[in-house]
Design a protein around this ligand. Structure first.
Ligand SMILES: [Mn+2]
Length: 383
């Protein structure tokens, strides 16, 4: 493992993935694949976008230096990208929303892709329709052979088969694993723009270095990144100080009128209707972070947000659920068992296809059934 003069590891604990990275490098050197599609999950967050854009910026430089040629790269998002991420280095060049492409353009691009990199997710169902198109492309052999698939992720229980895997549920962010890729391939190519992308990813996925996942390695990596000239105050402002007046009012409204507090269950949750979203003109990504307010209540160990995301003119209701917990209470297990979802120990999500009032009743049933889990003392360990 690479260490610096202080003896601290450069990256999160490594797994068998370094071998995978060396093998991938050898394959890319031999085959020089022309078209790379870096895929992020629906409702992409800072970790997905920052990690993918860092790779895009890096690959362009790597191809020039090591293969003396150019390369086509797209960072593809299945759903709209929140406005406060478009300042990220490389976003204007590489980032593409699926919705902005025609059906033909999308199909052509996916079919002609030589390498897919799945960034910060491990289940094609997190890609909406795009997942099916990619699954088809991966099953099809063309003249250069089947496309190569690579996974870079830190969520539990990977459900997608890939040729190469850089995966660890112990990583606080996918960014740590992406960093491992970049330094393994050629650390001399890392510059301020790439470091800014990685830093943004690391900062957002650790709740600005507050979550229990914030290990010494996380802070060490942050320090390395700052040494490239990343400006932490600017990154923070660009991500978090971007509320519209409507959005701030919406948060106030939700806390005043949509918050349910169940002290006996040590639970607080928010229920937001489609009408609430319309009334305050809430756009993509603007509910990000709202659920975290539930855990700021004293004694609360489980927080949730139920939000009606049913598309206009769709008859099938879609309720998105975000879960947050403290310490040893694992919400990823609840998400898998009850809410068709998954995630991390303390931050997970899922989806229910039922009207909002039914979804709330179902959530309360789960609460009652699972409550014995957290009558035991909740430890504050971060595991
Ligand atoms: Mn992540």
């Amino acid at each position: 493992m690479a260490t610096n003069s202080s003896g601290i590891a450069d990256v999160a604990p490594q797994h068998s993935d370094t071998q995978s990275l060396e093998a991938l490098r050898a394959l890319v050197l031999a085959r020089a694949p022309q078209r790379w599609t870096l895929v992020v999950h629906r409702s992409p967050d800072g970790d997905a976008l920052g990690s993918a854009l860092a790779l895009a910026l890096f690959l362009r430089k790597w191809y020039t230096r090591h293969l003396n040629r150019s390369v086509e790269i797209v960072v593809l998002s299945p759903t709209p990208v929140p406005a406060y991420y478009w300042w990220l280095p490389g976003a204007q060049t590489y980032l593409q929303e699926v919705g902005a492409l025609s059906q033909e353009a999308r199909t052509r691009w996916v079919r002609q892709t030589d390498v897919f990199v799945f960034v910060d997710f491990n289940d094609l169902s997190r890609l909406e329709d795009l997942g099916e198109a990619i699954a088809q492309a991966l099953a099809t052999t063309h003249e250069d052979g089947r496309p190569i698939a690579v996974l870079v992720d830190h969520h539990e229980n990977p459900r997608v088969e890939t040729d190469f895997r850089l995966w660890s549920p112990d990583a606080a962010a996918t960014a740590q694993l992406m960093w491992q890729w970049l330094v393994t391939w050629d650390s001399s190519l890392i510059d301020r723009e790439i470091a800014t992308c990685i830093y943004t990813a690391l900062m957002t996925d650790t709740g600005s270095f507050r979550f229990g996942t914030t290990t010494p390695e996380v802070h060490y990596l942050a320090a390395r990144l700052l040494s490239y000239g990343v400006q932490p105050d600017l990154v923070y402002q660009k991500i978090y100080h971007t509320f519209s007046y409507h959005r701030l009012q919406f948060y106030g409204f939700c806390l005043l009128a949509r918050l349910r507090y169940l002290p006996f269950f040590r639970c607080a949750y928010l229920v937001v209707s489609a009408e609430d979203l319309r009334r305050f003109r809430i756009g993509a990504g603007e509910t990000e972070g709202l659920v975290n307010y539930t855990l700021t209540l004293q004694n609360v160990v489980l927080g949730a947000l139920l939000i009606d995301r049913t598309q206009p003119h769709h008859t099938r209701p879609t309720i998105r659920l975000s879960l947050r917990s403290t310490g040893s209470l694992r919400v990823d297990e609840l998400a898998v068992r009850y809410f068709n979802g998954g995630g991390h120990a303390n931050a997970a999500g899922g989806v229910l296809h039922m009207p909002l009032t039914e979804a709330e009743a179902y959530f309360l049933d789960v609460l009652k059934r699972e409550f014995p889990r957290w009558t035991q003392p909740i430890t504050s360990s971060s595991d």
